[in-house]
Design a protein around this ligand. Structure first.
Ligand code: NDP
Length: 327
């Protein structure tokens, strides 16, 4: 019998239930995976609380894992039993030791990337790929602001931006996180829990502001982020770790200097198979050649996902977190 974490209702971390599940055989376009490592992401919190809708309850949870192909459906020709693979995609249900998933959402893993690293990096790493290369293509020499720079997405972003030759300003919640971000390429960590990040960004940029802000924090940083932008700058609002922005008047973009605003999601940027493969390959390249190191700073048994969610929401984690199914 397989095990999975499922939710029967929305709520706090305690609604995550470790249950026996019957996985069954793959449909014609699906594969069944035996999963060895599962990625923990902030979006899992949104699905758990109901901030982001789930198709129906009870529901599986989680969008990212790595493991081995155990069985393939009748129409699947490019994957076979024993292939090492990973994914970062709906449908929900990654928190499991075994699962079914559409074959076209899965990518084969290169030898140099182990399962834990893969489970830690697919969703956060492909997010950084599209944010800094496609949403707002950052150029060498540009100064950018990236919030929550010591988090999962944040640490990957600091390193990748540095590799591009950008100057990185990053916000963090503590001195320890500031050190960590700095060690991963953040030129100017700002401890935004005690420093005025808008004033610091103005100071660092000689009053100019930055051409782009990447904001996954949401409610608490929204207003300040807009104030950090240079005229015609781009606000990339990509998450809501502190809560979502609920009121928005487009007029504010003109008042603050003809700004641009986008609210992107990885699912759109990897919806086409070719985009998914290109994004994964770009990520594999920077990880394999050492430009980006994946920091798996926390692991928990899958059965203890509740504690993992508690720690993530309490801002106790840094870098990436992986849940480990029982082997
Ligand atoms: P992180 O590891 O970055 O964890 C979230 C971090 O946000 C915390 O560690 C904390 O860092 C910071 N934070 C600030 N305020 C709060 C608060 N009130 N409660 C909790 N955390 C807070 O998570 P991920 O790397 O998984 O994701 C980062 C963000 O990116 C999330 O908002 C996520 O939803 C978003 N995201 C969006 C995607 C997209 O395509 N749109 C894809 C992937 C992620 P600190 O203490 O330093 O402030």
């Amino acid at each position: 019998m397989s095990h999975a974490i499922r939710i029967h209702e929305h709520g706090g971390p305690e609604v995550l239930r470790y249950e026996e599940v019957d996985v069954g055989e793959p449909g014609p376009d699906e594969v069944r995976l035996r999963q060895t490592a599962v990625g923990l992401n902030y979006i899992d919190v949104y699905h758990r609380t109901g901030l982001y809708p789930v198709p129906q309850l009870p529901s599986g949870i989680g969008l990212e894992a790595a493991g081995e192909v155990e069985a393939v459906g009748a129409n699947v020709s490019d994957l076979k039993q024993g292939d090492r693979v990973a994914y970062a995609s709906p449908p929900l249900g990654a928190y499991a030791d075994s699962r079914l998933i559409p074959a076209d959402r899965v990518v084969r893993l290169p030898d140099g990337i182990d399962d834990r690293k893969a489970a830690a990096m697919m969703l956060q790493g492909m997010t950084v790929e599209y944010l800094i290369r496609r949403t707002f293509p950052v150029k060498k020499g540009q100064t950018v602001l990236f919030h929550a720079a010591a988090g999962g997405v944040g640490l990957i972003a600091c390193q990748w931006l540095k590799a591009i030759g950008a100057k990185v300003i990053g916000t963090v919640g503590s001195n320890e996180k500031a050190e960590l971000a700095k060690a991963h390429g953040c030129d100017h960590p700002i401890v935004y829990t005690r420093e005025d990040f808008v004033a610091r960004v103005k100071e660092i940029t000689g009053g100019q502001g930055v051409p782009v802000v990447y904001d996954g924090v949401g409610k608490d940083t929204w207003e300040g982020s807009l104030d950090c932008l240079a005229p015609m700058g781009m606000m990339v609002s990509f998450g809501n770790a502190s809560g979502s922005v609920t009121e928005f008047n487009p007029g504010i973009l003109s008042q603050k200097g003809s700004l641009f605003l986008t609210r992107p999601t990885l699912m759109t940027y990897t919806a086409k198979r070719q985009d998914l493969v290109a994004s994964a390959n770009a990520l594999f390249e920077v990880v394999l050649d050492g430009r980006v190191k994946i920091e798996v700073n926390q692991t928990y048994p899958l059965a203890e996902a509740t504690q993992a969610h508690r720690d993530l929401e309490a801002r106790k984690t840094t870098g990436s977190t992986v849940l480990l199914p029982e082997s």
